[in-house]
Write a protein of this length. Sequence first.
Length: 335
Amino acid sequence: MIEPTILAIESSCDETSAAVIRGGKVLSNIVNTQAVHEQYGGVVPELASRAHQQNIIPVVSQALLTANVAKSELNAVAFTRGPGLLGALLVGCSFAKSFALGLGIPLIEVNHMQAHILAHFIDDPKPQFPFLCLTVSGGHTQIVLVKDHLDMEIIGQTTDDAVGEAFDKTAKMLGLPYPGGPMLDKMAAQGNPNAFEFPVGNMPEYNFSFSGIKTSVLYFLRDKTKENPDFVQDNLVDICASVQQTLIKTLLKKLKQASRDLGIREIAIAGGVSANSGLRKTLQEYAAKHNWNVYIPAFQYCTDNAGMIAMAAHYQYLKGDFATQYVSPDPRLKF
Ligand code: KG4
Ligand code: ZN
């Protein structure tokens, strides 16, 4: 049995992260969330690249130190090739290439969205194949049929905005500080989810649409504040709870449909929005009633982290799936 020791780097958006994995066990996972974007209310790509540049060496050093692993013990270096912001990806990619070249060890390119799913293999319990994974992040909303660690098929996805974007944009309209998603989640926990009604997106097959919900929230707030300028202030937690419930309903509707059609009851969620407490709770309640085995990652493995990149790299190493020094980032990388 090979027990490869791999350094993994994640730099696709606003988290600079490095992890060390040995024999499939994550030994360290250091995440530096860039604070520079807060004042702009969203991620500024150029500032993200610069912050990655500043963070990458200390984050990698910390990951090796925490894992108690020397550079000479590494069997490979992995990095996120995409999808993500080009400038941000370039930092991780260039760093990993130089590191691999300097140490004379193989390079592994990882797909960020596959890695979100493979985060489920870091800790127990692990899902059984085949399983369905609802991957929900700031840039993606997908239902993925996972047949094996590296054999996955997207069976449904958003046709416009990602659900994370819908959370973030709603939060912004309500005047909540960045990052909006987690803040909206916190407010929603204190509100009545049935206070206001918004349309549940309805697309063919297992696809999603979130732009309609976003627009309806915008018009709803415009009309209500005309009647009462303090409307948002007076109803903040109820608006948050109602929008959140609508987004969760839209997601679960398609997930239920896919589970029914394919006869699969092994259900996982992954990506930043899987940290949402309402989604986690609703899914667990549904699972208990309908005999689903539900898998929800630990919070630290929901949002962007290099631990998940390391897990994907572990399986790719065992398969001999290595990249060359000619590899470059792909902001729209598919699988
Ligand atoms: O996976 P991720 O960290 O980065 C991307 O690959 O996009 O996901 C980030 C997204 C953001 O839209 C953020 O607002 C959302 O995940 N998010 C949440 C929560 N935590 C993170 N959305 C709702 N509730 C949360 N608790
Ligand atoms: Zn992500």
